[in-house]
Design a protein around this ligand. Structure first.
Ligand code: ADP
Ligand code: ASP
Ligand code: MG
Length: 813
């Protein structure tokens, strides 16, 4: 015998039922086939809603009733030839009248018991099974309809009754052994108690009906036909890159479904497992797809993890108190109180001090749990031995499942590190002693992110998705976006990173697209995007709570810089070419470093010094490997180097500065460069990264700029420089007369930093420094005389953008 079950979506409409009929027609005629069906998709909910409206004295229940009737009548009319419709139409009509009578009664009484609810919902499966039986007869399949309530005996626990297997198995065996027919159809989900009153097996229970029949009748196979092509590595509604699990063990399937994989109702496995009957999950809408087989052994060579599932709407209840330590019986009483109130325990953890027991329950039971436990421990609460039950809501559980987990180390570590990197706070953890499951309780708002990062960590060997938000769409921002656009495909294959640019904002607008912004067209899209403030943009990034998020600041804005801490504290990586944050107060710099450490988020700013040159990275490597920076000497202003390399008194100094600005080397306000302030910021950042607690005021600046140039507008700055041409020329000639070059040098030694213009003779390392190049000499314990040197192009939008790009890639690690 084969038992095949079709779920709600498989029988949701006439069109779908036709597909079901095709599948049944293709079954070999040699074997008995038992079909179990769910109600038409959505009907169970509609019936419950209808009954609830009636109980609330809301007359609109009649509209819902009408909807239920019309859906069934229309399905019959579409499905069955007119000449064969009449008897099934009248059966449908009769059942709909009965539903109406019951609802009218509920309306008049204003009362709806669990027993009545079961009666009402039973019509869903009764209707669907009769309609499909009529259709099968219409295509000349000789099918026998049987009321499942005559076979499946339960207790009177309405809503989710317990099966009396000894009675049920006997009834099923007797029935199928004595009936000559080879094709049967039964309504799923419904059963009856010892008094013959209708009960149900719990939501999703048609799977269970089919399994009970398969188990009792020793079926060869059980097939569950649904709307997905098998059991997947995660819920397809949460993860896009899910993979099919071709084979799975009974235990694994049970764990996955217990922890939320809706594709199979958890109790389904038990009756078939004891008989070793294979269960196939197949797709009604793609019958050619292989599907999943659930059987005794699991896949041997696959990953240690078979799948990930999650349950939303969990509450965590904790019983705590010093009076519990070492005294037996507290947990027994806690679980008894819950069990007596029919509260199902989903997960348990107990701290080793025995000072608290923590239990996860369905959020719908939280209030009842509190009442039950506080009553059971009333005396201990009054005598302050335990605290009143502590309830936390809005939580969820994510579970990793796999038989092979027990033979693998490091799974929990990988699980927690993947979630930790993404700022998912873990409230409680449980690992079954079978080591088939590790579950964590997390905030409900983190579920989508958590399941996705876990899926990436355990299943997506292809690529990791990284969500990038950019602030700043100017010179460097534009170049960065162009480089990203060019390289995204390459990075996907070379580094297995799927970088998605999901946000681009400037000071006025924010362009957002979770699917990834079209980088060929971003300027137009940003221009058309709604007005937005940067603060709002940051709040949106945090609220989106996407996984592997990187925030990139390519502005020079103070406002953006003040937002970093907020982002880091949400475990969002920050990549900045903006120097404001690292060169503001030491306190803020320190705070950002600490947040990055505490919340496991990268904070990278390589381009703050020397654009794309690996200066900060080199310094960090020296220090982290135990070296000590004793002295630094550097030329750190691409602008000043360009200016002094190009100025020879022939063209005016102002015009050379203007050229540097036009070529994109200067800060947006070139006075920051010319005053030496930008160099001060850079040497301060290097000193801070070397471990020095240093502020801008601690740095000596021997400026060569006349005071009057530094006031007013940028135009005024250029005009004033023209007026002071003689001053600049004198500086130049003084150096040139000695055969020296002018370089604006930053130095750091013994905790002191200074910047200023210096004469550089031809023997000096800095003499041959051309164009906009930067150079840094690191004198360290390991490099005492011959310094470690980093030298190269140190300004320009292209190289800065490429440095930012490299930091973005580093931030994905
Ligand atoms: P039916 O009406 O056929 O009983 P259900 O809606 O109860 O179907 O179950 C199928 C659904 O289960 C799928 O559409 C899918 O969205 C969901 N689901 C959740 N987790 C998984 C998983 N791990 N694998 C496959 N489907 C899953
Ligand atoms: N119709 C019932 C429900 O929606 C049972 C089932 O479909 O399995 O819960
Ligand atoms: Mg189901």
């Amino acid at each position: 015998m084969q038992v095949i079950k079709f779920g709600g979506s498989s029988v949701a409409s006439a069109e779908n039922i036709n597909k079901v009929v095709d599948i049944i027609k293709n079954k070999p005629k040699t074997d008995k086939v038992v079909i179990v069906v769910s109600a038409l998709g959505g009907i169970t909910d509609l019936l419950l809603q209808c009954a609830q409206l009636a109980a609330n004295n809301n007359e609109t229940y009649k509209t819902s009733l009408q909807e239920i009737e019309t859906r069934h009548l229309n399905t019959v009319k579409e499905l069955i030839p007119v000449t064969q419709q009449s008897s099934v139409l009248s059966a449908v009509k009769k059942m709909c009248n009965e539903i109406e009578d019951i609802c009218n009664g509920i309306f008049l009484l204003g009362e709806l018991s669990e027993r009545t609810k079961d009666k009402i919902v039973s019509y869903g499966e009764l209707l669907s099974s009769q309609i499909i039986a009529a259709k099968l007869k219409a295509v000349e399949l000789n099918v026998q309809w049987k009321d499942a309530r005559e076979l499946i005996a339960t207790d009177s626990n309405f809503g989710a009754a317990f099966v009396d297997f000894s009675k049920t198995n006997t009834a099923i065996k007797n029935y199928f052994n004595t009936e000559a027919s080879s094709l049967f159809i039964l309504p799923g989900f419904i059963s009856a108690d010892t008094n013959g009153i209708t009960t149900t097996l719990g939501r999703g229970g048609s799977d269970y009906t089919a399994a009970i029949i398969a188990g009792a009748a020793d079926a060869k196979v059980l097939e569950i036909w649904t709307d997905v092509s098998g059991m997947m590595t995660a819920d397809p509604r949460i993860v896009t890159n899910i993979k099919l699990i071709p084979k799975i063990s009974y235990q694994e399937a049970m764990e996955l479904s217990h922890f939320g994989a809706k594709v199979i109702y958890p109790p389904t496995i038990q009756p078939v497992m004891s008989k070793n009957i294979p269960v196939w999950i197949k797709n009604t809408f793609a019958p050619q797809d292989e599907g999943t087989v659930i059987q005794n052994e699991s896949m041997k060579n696959g990953s240690a993890i078979r799948g990930i599932s999650s349950i939303n709407k969990i509450s965590l209840i904790s019983l705590e108190g010093s009076g519990m330590v070492g005294i037996p019986g507290f947990s027994k009483r806690l679980f008894e109180a819950l069990a007596n109130n029919k509260i199902n325990v989903i997960l348990i953890t107990q701290s080793s001090s025995e000072h608290s027991i923590c239990v996860a329950v369905d959020a719908a039971n939280a209030v009842a749990a509190k009442q039950a436990v506080d009553t059971a421990f009333a005396y201990e609460i009054e005598t302050k031995k335990v605290e009143p039950l502590f309830v936390e809501n809005d939580l969820a559980i994510v579970a990793l499942v796999g038989d092979n987990m027990k033979s693998h180390t490091g799974i929990a570590g990988r699980m927690f590190s993947a979630m930790g990197k993404n700022g998912v706070n873990i409230r409680a953890i449980a690992q079954g002693s079978s080591e088939r499951n590790i579950s964590s309780v997390i905030a409900l708002s983190d579920v989508t992110k958590a399941v996705n990062v876990l899926h990436e960590a355990f299943f997506e060997t292809t690529y990791k998705q990284v969500n990038v938000f950019i602030a700043g769409a100017g010179n460097v921002g534009g170049k960065l976006l162009a480089q990203l656009n060019q390289q995204l495909d390459y990075i996907k294959t070379s580094s297995r990173l799927n970088l998605k640019i999901v946000g681009i904002a400037n000071s006025k607008k924010a362009l957002l697209n979770d699917e990834g912004i079209d980088l060929n067209n971003w300027p137009a899209l940003l221009a058309a995007a709604p007005a937005n403030t940067i603060e709002n943009y940051i709040d949106t990034i945090i609220a989106k709570n996407l996984r592997n998020t990187i925030f990139v600041d390519v502005t020079a804005s103070d406002v953006v810089a003040t937002c970093y801490n907020k982002l880091l504290q949400k475990s969002i990586a920050v990549v900045a070419c903006n120097k404001v944050a690292c060169s503001s107060s030491y306190n803020y710099y320190q705070q950002l470093k600490e947040s990055a450490r505490e919340f496991n988020a990268k904070f990278l700013f390589e381009t703050n010094v020397g654009a794309g040159l690996p200066i900060i990275g080199t310094l960090n490597d020296l220090i982290s490997s135990g070296d000590k920076i004793n002295k630094m000497q550097a030329v750190l202003s691409g602008t000043l180097n360009f200016v002094f390399n190009n100025y020879d008194g022939k063209k005016s100094f102002a015009s050379v500065v203007k050229q540097a600005q036009d070529e994109g080397y200067t800060e947006p306000d070139p006075r920051l460069d010319l005053s030496g302030k930008d160099v001060m910021r850079k040497i301060m950042i290097l000193a801070r990264e070397s471990g020095e607690k240093i502020e801008m005021d601690d740095i000596a600046n021997n400026s060569f700029m006349p005071e009057s140039c530094m006031h007013g507008s940028v135009e005024n700055f250029y005009a004033e420089m023209e007026k002071h041409e003689a001053h600049f020329k004198a500086i130049y000639e003084e150096a040139a007369a000695k055969g020296n070059k002018l370089k604006f040098v930053a130095s750091y030694e013994n905790g002191k930093a200074a910047v200023g213009l210096q004469h550089i003779n031809p023997a000096h390392d800095f003499y041959h420094l051309y164009g906009k190049d930067n150079i840094v000499l690191f004198y360290t314990n390991r490099y005492p005389e011959q310094p470690m040197v980093v030298k190269g192009a140190g300004a320009g939008a292209d190289v800065t953008a490429s440095g930012v790009f490299a930091d973005v890639i580093r931030a994905t690690a």
